[in-house]
Design a protein around this ligand. Structure first.
Ligand SMILES: [Zn+2]
Ligand SMILES: [Zn+2]
Length: 155
């Protein structure tokens, strides 16, 4: 069983398995993900285990699901098996993309991204990451939501 969910944890899912991982370069996927392309994997027997997505019908053929609380893109539904946004899996390494689709819309710089120079974190930046308190849901199912460590909600 494969689990995953949105960044805030309001929406969680399980899938019996995943298959056919791809990246889609179409302009609608770029916009819906706010990104250069959309990594998607077909879900088999998808079940919502906490909350459910809100949906936007981006065309007459496709409905896209996202978390209404935090905005994470979650699903792509063209009428067959629902596809999941790969990085929302608790373990995205289970779905390495194997194909690219709709390359006519591919942004020119995408093929050079892996060649970008790497800037090492300055000491200031690493302390920024070290000190922050994450509000991101952990990469596993949890018994309670919101997390019980949060003290704000009871006041
Ligand atoms: Zn969320
Ligand atoms: Zn697309």
């Amino acid at each position: 069983m494969i689990s995953g969910g949105c960044q805030c944890g309001a929406v969680r899912y399980r899938s019996q398995s995943v298959s056919k991982a791809s990246i889609c370069h179409c302009r609608m996927c770029q916009k819906a993900f706010g990104n250069f392309y959309a990594p998607l994997v077909t879900s088999n027997n998808l079940q919502w285990t906490r909350g459910e997505p809100k949906y936007f019908k981006s065309s007459d053929k496709v409905t896209r699901g996202f978390c209404a609380d935090c905005g994470t893109p979650l699903t792509y539904d063209w009428g067959g098996e629902v596809e999941l946004a790969i990085a929302t899996l608790d373990d995205p390494t289970l779905a390495p993309p194997a194909t690219q689709v709709n390359v006519t819309d591919k942004l020119d710089f995408v093929d050079q991204l892996h060649q970008l120079p790497v800037r090492q974190n300055s000491s200031g930046e690493s302390s920024f990451m070290d000190d922050l308190q994450s509000h991101q849901h952990p990469d596993r199912d949890t018994d309670h939501w919101p997390p019980q460590t949060s003290t704000k909600s009871s006041t």
